[in-house]
Design a protein around this ligand. Structure first.
Ligand code: NAP
Length: 228
């Protein structure tokens, strides 16, 4: 496939590596080359199958609008725009393009959400629960979006009104570690996901680009990853 990657930062540079390893031809555009969405003009996208975005919350909406208006399929890893989700869904449906987004493109993390969902039954059997998350010192937000998703998944699956408490640690260069601890008077259950590198995000995004090529519709990665 011919891919266009927007954003050559920490994650985007790994997307380029993974896409090349999987035999794709990858063009890239950084913030200067894509000023005013210059890289997304229809004639520049003529031979592109899928556009992948790992840029920044302030850039992503303009990139999405330009790509969808040009009739091209898109995979969006950039976060921080979900207030616009319904409007973008309508735009994608009107234009008849294909679109997949996720706050976390790691297959392992999405599998972990299912594990947490199954374990949530413990809260109906007298267990208490806690969530712990550890990330590198450069991470700006706390708690992590992934910890908040685990909290929501457990709350929805357990039917309990109270959210599990999340404790955040920022240390060294930890890529991302999430733990759920469920405790009763009789025993303790530990669930843990420990990311070794950012490559899991990049692999998920490239495999998703392969999946959405030639398809239509607005998709959340949580409904797609099992089909990759
Ligand atoms: N979904 C997932 O699995 C996942 C995983 C990791 C990260 N993320 C999200 O992905 C985004 C990027 O993360 P990151 O850690 O890779 O950040 P990063 O290292 O800061 O990289 C972002 C890159 O995008 C560039 N950029 C900004 N606006 C652009 C535009 N309009 N066109 C082209 N390039 C542009 C930036 O250039 P400058 O540095 O010159 O501004 C920077 O090189 C964040 O929103 C993050 O939360 C998602």
């Amino acid at each position: 496939m011919n891919l266009l990657l927007l954003g050559r930062g920490k994650t985007g540079s790994l997307v380029v590596e993974v896409a090349a390893e999987r035999g794709h031809c990858v063009l890239t555009a950084d913030i200067e080359e894509n000023a005013g969405c210059a890289a997304l003009a229809s004639e520049k996208l003529r031979d592109i199958d899928v556009v992948i975005d790992f840029t920044a919350p302030g850039s992503v909406i303009a990139n999405i609008e330009a790509t969808v208006r040009a009739g091209k399929n898109m995979v969006v890893g950039t976060t921080g725009w979900y207030g616009e989700l319904d409007r973008i869904r309508r735009l994608v449906e009107q234009r008849g393009t294909g679109f997949v987004y996720a706050a976390n493109f790691s297959v392992g993390v999405n599998l972990f959400f299912d594990v947490a969902r199954a374990a949530a039954a413990a809260l109906r059997h007298g267990y208490s629960g806690q969530i712990f998350e550890r990330h590198h010192v450069h991470k700006k937000d706390a708690p992590s979006g992934t910890a908040l998703t685990i909290q929501r998944v457990i709350q929805e699956a357990s039917g309990q009104s109270e959210d599990l408490e999340i404790t955040s640690f920022r240390e060294g260069e930890v890529v991302g570690l999430h733990e759920v601890v469920l405790e009763s008077a009789n025993d303790r259950i530990y669930l843990c996901h420990d990311a070794k590198s950012r490559r899991g995000f990049a692999e998920g995004a490239v495999r998703t680009a392969e999946w959405i090529a030639g398809k239509k519709g607005f998709h959340d990665f949580k409904d797609v990853w099992r089909e990759l």
